[in-house]
Design a protein around this ligand. Sequence first.
Ligand code: HEC
Length: 172
Amino acid sequence: MSDPHDDHSTFIKTPKQLIVAVVAFFAVVILLPVMFSQLVTAGRKAEPSEEQTARLILPVARVELAAGGGAAAVKGAKTGEQVVTAVCGACHTGGVAGAPKTGDNAAWAPRLALGLDGLTKSAIAGKNAMPPRGGGADLTDAEIARAIAFMTNKSGANFKEPPVETAAAPAK
Ligand code: HEC
């Protein structure tokens, strides 16, 4: 008894449809509070202040930052893990082109003597088969240092990964 018009099947069948659905979802999540604020303030004041609008949409902006993805990601705010996943892992996860492999303590041991600062300088400058900044030209120095701490701490080191400064953090 199969009905050709099965209303209960999901309409999201392709990755493209999923993206459209996600974008539509965020549009609704962002637009609804803005429209609501205008409704509420319309009775009292003629126009909602930009500050009120900004405050209303701020939680949504924060969530997107925390998710770490999307075009809205703030420069310099990637964690070591995110940088390694996006850039460094291409060589360092599998030990490509003679790169010291993440988790290979013996390969990293002689390099760890440079310290986190020394290794960061080395990676920023590039070394032999490794291009400057590991090829991640838009990475900040702090992101490089976080990535190195993340990789080396899995490879016998005990460095402190420099914290990510977020908009929510108090200034100093
Ligand atoms: C194209 C491949 C490649 C990518 C991508 C890459 N590396 Fe490397 N990396 C290497 C190779 C090869 C070496 C070994 C260089 C040598 O000692 O000859 C190396 C060495 C290093 C070293 C040790 C440097 C030293 O002085 O001993 C650090 C630290 C490092 N990489 C960090 C990173 C970071 C952080 C990233 C990502 C931002 C990254 N690498 C991306 C290939 C790569």
